[in-house]
Design a protein around this ligand. Structure first.
Ligand code: SAM
Length: 281
């Protein structure tokens, strides 16, 4: 079954009285080159793939061809009537119905992928929860090699920006801490039906064996990073003293100790400088 073909999808959906829910980020991906390229970029016959949000299974089917095993987590239980049809030929796929943000993914990985050499995550993410899902995957330190996801173009640029550049945000620092990041390819709005008013991109995060910088207290480092980007136009001293309750004097001294002016803005710091500052306050 060609799951990128709009007529095939329409007749399948109407035969089951199913309609896509915009609120769950569901749509038609009608460019048949996107999913094979995503699957080939992240897995081989020894890889177990955890997919989040299979929808009607267009990416799942391609992952099934390349990977040893695919476990896909889908929130929308209405898809129980469609996925057994669309994935009938994919014997190495298992669907778990539930919320990827709430399920114990570590347990799912250990229960399903014991016989795989490596595990990766691949997904066309629901855009309304892109950052929370990526942060949950990274911060829960799952035993995975990489995360390959399609996200909104703007989010791709932010997630993959250089720390210290204008495109960077708190999420950029967090991603850089855990992973090496790359935009693999762009996906124009015309690849979807109906065409949304944003373009998309596929990014790949390769999980580091050790975080990019050593910090004494990861929780404090995360708080400092969020605080630095909370009010971008203010100086770091002003915004961090407000949000973290650290005195301005302590912050000025800590900045001077690492050779920075006390009028610097949080977004200007490199990840190494953020790590040093976090250890010194
Ligand atoms: N993979 C399909 C594709 O490439 O066309 C569908 C992707 S669609 C953008 C996002 C999918 O994620 C939808 O099927 C939606 O129901 C599902 N979803 C949304 N929130 C979810 C969550 N918290 N946990 C698991 N799946 C979720």
């Amino acid at each position: 079954m060609n799951l990128s073909d709009i007529n095939t999808i329409r007749s399948l959906l109407s035969s089951k009285g199913f309609s896509f829910k915009k609120s769950l980020g569901q749509n038609f991906l009608i460019d048949s080159t996107v999913c094979p390229a995503m699957a080939e970029s992240c897995c081989d016959e020894n890889t177990g793939v955890l997919e989040i949000g299979p929808g009607i299974g267009v990416l799942t089917a391609e992952l099934s061809k390349c990977a040893k095993k695919v476990v896909a987590i889908e929130l929308d239980e209405r898809l129980k009537q469609l996925l057994p049809i669309t994935l009938a030929d994919c014997k190495n796929v298992e669907i778990i119905y539930g919320d990827a943000m709430k399920l114990d993914l570590k347990r799912i990985i250990s229960e399903h992928f014991g016989d795989c050499q490596r595990v990766c995550v691949c997904a066309n993410l629901p855009y309304y929860i892109t950052s929370p899902i990526i942060m949950m995957l990274l911060e829960s330190r799952l035993p995975i090699d990489s995360i390959t996801v399609m996200v909104q173009q703007e989010a791709a640029e932010r997630l993959c920006a250089e720390v210290g550049s204008r495109d960077a945000g708190a999420v950029t620092v967090a991603v850089t801490f855990y992973a090496e990041k790359e935009i693999l390819f762009h996906v124009g709005r015309e690849s979807f039906m109906p065409a949304p008013n944003v373009d998309s991109a596929v990014i790949q995060l390769k999980i580091r064996k050790e975080p990019a910088v050593k910090v004494k207290d990861e929780k404090k480092f995360r708080l400092l990073t969020k605080s630095c980007f909370a009010q971008r136009r203010k100086t770091l001293v002003n915004t961090v003293s407000n949000t973290m309750g650290v005195s301005k004097e302590t912050l000025r001294e800590a900045l001077n100790k690492i050779g920075l002016s006390d009028t610097v803005r949080g977004e200007q710091l490199t990840i190494e400088q953020l790590a040093e500052l976090s250890d010194n306050i």
